[in-house]
Design a binder for this molecule. Structure first.
Ligand SMILES: C[S@@+](CC[C@H](N)C(=O)[O-])C[C@H]1O[C@@H](n2cnc3c(N)ncnc32)[C@H](O)[C@@H]1O
Length: 316
């Protein structure tokens, strides 16, 4: 069914998507499956809305393997599949993903700050989102995380008349043709052993504009000045500690295990452009659809649970 012109919802088993979606047509897939947690999830004690997550290990492995194989076929060559899982159940999916995808990189999502109710074990605050690609250079947009106080204090210590700045590397360890040259400043010659990351003309331009940091000691490297006031934030790392789960945020939970919209917005921004197609094959409350709507992406949602129809409709 069409929820709006850019959002479709299917109700059915994930395996049925084979007949509904063309192979190699999807830019990004977000998969947040049952985690094999041996629990049944309900929204609350008064509600039956939810899903079961009790498996035997063989059935779960078969289910995830078949699903990954199918989603791999639907994904474009330069597309990304994100697989969301708990740290306690990450081993099996990682094994399956590494068999199918050439590049698998974990993102560590710190979903909450602390667990005050644990006594006999360490509180678990991390979920893993495996970023899976078919090629080494998939579609990728750099996004920024908010700067924290420590990052600003430690990284932007240097200061000149323009403002505080951090040091960007311009010396390389991997020599490239055309990048081995000598650069002279006030009779001191800089000639790094393996060369530079930037062309001589670019280095000259930066130097002329007072954007090169000179070493205090003889033999030190040159660095590019990266000014605090000119950067939009901290270039995104693989530790996401600035997005909180629904229980700690302001969003009202409408489905058990529902994920925050901000998390989906970041995954979508990194891996797609406007009007690209995103698929969430086990969409629950449709968080991915909502994030796609906010960011002008087309979206296909699917879930086996009919209860999600009304929930998703009510979010639009
Ligand atoms: C962890 S929840 C997804 C939560 C969702 N990300 C959200 O923000 O609300 C997993 C979903 O997978 C669905 N599911 C389980 N088995 C499925 C299957 N074989 N095919 C399609 N969906 C399935 C469940 O009904 C459940 O809604």
């Amino acid at each position: 069914m069409d929820i709006n012109t850019s959002l479709k919802l299917y109700i059915g088993d994930v395996s049925e998507l084979e007949t509904k979606i063309n192979p190699g047509s999807i830019n990004m897939i977000y998969l947040d499956p049952p985690f094999n947690s041996d629990r049944d999830y309900k929204l609350n004690h008064k509600s039956d809305i939810g899903f079961g997550d009790k498996w035997n290990d063989n059935d779960y492995e078969k289910f995830i393997t078949l699903t990954i194989n199918l989603l791999h076929r639907l994904l474009k060559k330069d597309g990304t599949l994100f697989f969301h899982i708990s740290t306690s159940e990450m081993f099996l999916p990682e094994k399956i993903l590494r068999n199918r995808f050439k590049y698998v990189t974990p993102i560590f999502w710190k979903k909450c700050r602390s667990k005050n109710n644990v006594k006999n074990k360490m509180g678990s605050t991390i979920d893993i989102i495996f970023q899976c690609n078919k090629v080494s250079k998939p579609k990728f947009n750099l996004v920024y995380q908010p700067r924290d106080e420590n990052y600003v204090k430690n990284s932007f210590k240097n200061k000149d008349e323009r403002g505080n700045y951090s040091l960007g590397h311009i010396v390389t360890e991997k020599t490239k043709t055309g990048y081995l040259y000598e650069f002279t400043i006030n009779d001191t010659k800089y000639s790094p052993e393996s060369g530079w990351r930037i062309k001589k003309s670019e280095l000259q331009k930066l130097y002329d504009d007072n954007r090169i940091h000179l070493p205090k000691k003889l033999g030190g490297n040159l660095y590019k000045k990266i000014y605090l006031h000119e950067t939009p934030g901290k270039p995104c790392t693989d530790l996401w500690d600035d997005i909180h789960s629904l229980s700690q945020g302001k969003e009202k939970r409408v489905y058990p295990t529902e994920k925050p919209i901000k998390l989906l917005e970041r995954l979508i921004s990194i891996s797609t452009d406007e009007n690209d197609i995103v698929l969430d094959p086990m969409c629950g409350s449709g968080t991915t659809g909502k994030a796609c709507d906010n960011l002008s992406r087309n979206c296909i949602l699917n879930d086996i649970n009919e209860d999600v129809v009304d929930i998703i409709k009510s979010r639009f």
